[in-house]
Design a protein around this ligand. Sequence first.
Ligand SMILES: Cc1cc2nc3c(=O)[nH]c(=O)nc-3n(C[C@H](O)[C@H](O)[C@H](O)COP(=O)(O)O)c2cc1C
Length: 357
Amino acid sequence: MDHRRFAEPLTLRGLEISNRLWMSPMCQYSAGGDGVPTNWHLVHYCSRAVGGAGMIMVESTAVGPKHRTTNHDLGLWDAAQVDGHKALAAQIKSFGSVAAVQLNSAGRKSSHMVPGVQGGQNTAVSVDDGGWVPLAPSARPFGNLAVPAEMTAADIDDVVDAFAAAAGNARDAGYDVVEVHAAHGYLLHQFLSPVSNGRKDEHGGTLENRMRLPLRVCQAVREAFPQDKPVFVRLTATDWVEGGITLEESTVFAQRLAGLGIDLLDVTSGALAVDAPPPNEPALNLEFAEVLKEAAGIAVAPVGQLSDPELLGNIFASSTVDAVIVGRALLRDPYFALRLATGQPKDRWPLQYHRAL
Ligand SMILES: Cc1cc2nc3c(=O)[nH]c(=O)nc-3n(C[C@H](O)[C@H](O)[C@H](O)COP(=O)(O)O)c2cc1C
């Protein structure tokens, strides 16, 4: 097992990231209705920073109240939220990790229950119960969620402005990286995919039209975030469904993102359609990431079932990907990254823990 590349720093623009294993954004649904980070977020993210993840990507954070998935999502649209994120980002950085945040609009996947409560993500919250009517490219619902309203041209412009404002707020909060969420069936992915986008105007039909809003958003975020700090995009390599996005289309999207100055592609797949689960396989997005890197010529990091130490050793030894992004393994074990470094000098572990090693 060769984990040496794990500990090689990576520089993107003016930012040095201390290693190549990063925490994936994972919504905690633990904010109050105000969208401000809570003590849960502070302890949860800082545990993984102490645990040696080179980057902590704070979960899907909404760019406006109606862009949330639930009433308990984080937000970055007002001053109180910026203050809360300031404290969170500063603490993450104090433990040696890069502080990053994922910006999102949920589109047709908004206004549902918190996972684990009643029917969770499959149960809509009605307007009478504090929910809202979701906005989406077309009036095509996701599973049992509410039928969304088709967005107007003004709604589309508002989305661009909301992402740009949230990127400026992320800058003010002190984040080193922002990531635009254009995957997992959320709004920007809904525009990209013909499965969810049936529009007849300049935002529907051809790939060029379907990419129009996602590219505008990425360009606006790139312009709003400091030039010496990187911007990532989480994109889908494939929808795993007939008539959906294929690797061929995501390759074109990746190349266009590179042209906008996007620094890294966070490569995932699936979650656009209820009846199209991705294959249950280790490293399912690794080869997609390698293809997209070759085609777009920028840094890439795959996510998805990258939790076996031996598999990770092989990736660090021989893959062209620049980093790996880990989700659930880091929920199970905050020290996953430190354990992976077993065999390296114990000084990777915090001094306070040396007597246990
Ligand atoms: C509890 C939970 C919350 C998640 N929330 C988000 C999110 O906020 N944004 C996102 O892009 N993906 C989210 N995901 C997906 C993960 O980031 C990741 O892509 C997925 O779990 C696959 O990686 P893994 O096999 O390492 O867990 C979530 C996953 C879980 C388990």
